[in-house]
Design a protein around this ligand. Structure first.
Ligand code: FES
Length: 163
C-alpha cells in the first residue's frame, strides 16, 4: 500500500487503478488509501450525477458513443440569446469515469458562453476529474467533452446552413 504524499499526486491512473474504481463502483474492494481519495469525487458524481435527465426545449442536443465499449452520453443544452448556457441535462450509460466526467463537465459549463466552451481542452476535463487518467481510460474520460463539442459543431452548422 502506498502512502499519499506530494509525489504520489503525480502518479498516473493505471488500468488496474481504473479497474479498482470500477470495482468500487460495483461495491467491491479493497482499495488503497490513495484509491480511496481518487474514488470519492468520481463515485459521488457516478452515484449522484448532477444535471441528470433530458430536456424537451434544448437549443441543441447530441448523443455520442464510446466505440470501444458501446457506452453513451446524450447531452441537452439550452442557451440564451447571448449564446450563454443557462441549462444543461444529460442521460448516459457507462463506467464511473465517463459518467462522473459528464456530471462534472455539465456543472462547469453553466453560465459559460458557447465561445468559452469551445476553448475547453482535454486537460480541463481531466482537471475536473481530479485524477490523472491513463491511456486506457482516456476515451471514457473524454466522451463527455466529445459529446459537447460535436453537439456545438452540429448546432453551429445548423445555424449557418443556408435556409
Ligand atoms: Fe465505456 Fe468507460 S468503459 S465509457
Amino acid at each position: 500500500m502506498t502512502s499519499h504524499n506530494e509525489s504520489n499526486d503525480e502518479v498516473r491512473l493505471t488500468a488496474e487503478q481504473a479497474a479498482q474504481i470500477d470495482r468500487a463502483a460495483a461495491g467491491e474492494g479493497p482499495l488503497t488509501e490513495e484509491e480511496e481519495i481518487y474514488k470519492e469525487n468520481i463515485l459521488d458524481h457516478y452515484r449522484h450525477p448532477h444535471n441528470a435527465g433530458s430536456m424537451s426545449d434544448a437549443t441543441f442536443s447530441h448523443r455520442e458513443l464510446n466505440p470501444l465499449c458501446g457506452d453513451t452520453i446524450e447531452l441537452f443544452v439550452k442557451v440564451d440569446s447571448k449564446k450563454r448556457v443557462n441549462d444543461v441535462k444529460f442521460t448516459g450509460k457507462g463506467c464511473a469515469i465517463s459518467q462522473a466526467s459528464i456530471s462534472l463537465l455539465s456543472d462547469s459549463i453553466k453560465g459559460k458562453t458557447i465561445e468559452e466552451i469551445k476553448n475547453l481542452k482535454r486537460e480541463d476535463v481531466i482537471g475536473l476529474l481530479g485524477i490523472p487518467i491513463g491511456i486506457v481510460r482516456m476515451k471514457c474520460a473524454l466522451l463527455s467533452l466529445r459529446t459537447l463539442q460535436k453537439g456545438i459543431d452540429y448546432y453551429e452548422a445548423r445555424k449557418t446552413a443556408p435556409k
